[in-house]
Design a protein around this ligand. Sequence first.
Ligand SMILES: [Zn+2]
Ligand SMILES: [Zn+2]
Length: 118
Amino acid sequence: MTNKTLEPKDMNWLENGVLGIEWSDGHHGVYPVRYLRQHCPCAACVDEWTGELRLQPDSVPLLIMVQDIEAVGRYALRFKWSDGHDTGIYSYAALRRLCQCDICQPEKPQKPRGKVLL
Ligand SMILES: [Zn+2]
Ligand SMILES: [Zn+2]
């Protein structure tokens, strides 16, 4: 049990729009997909140099969906979104930090805002 590399072992849908990831350390991650989309790490969404968010969180459709999830090597997942965006590669470490379960995020993010449905 000395291998500290965390990786997803299993994925399933906890509810509509909420992805569950079971990690290799037994942690059950909770990932609302809109939140994941809002935190896309690609160069179009985040300024590579300043780390500043270019993406307007409110511009992400409320009913955004994941169309496909693809493993990138053994370190990351690539999400294909229903808004056509597919350049975001989420490393396992970054994904783990985005976990929204009660243990990782005792304080819930604000209620989704925005008027764009699809
Ligand atoms: Zn992006
Ligand atoms: Zn968690």
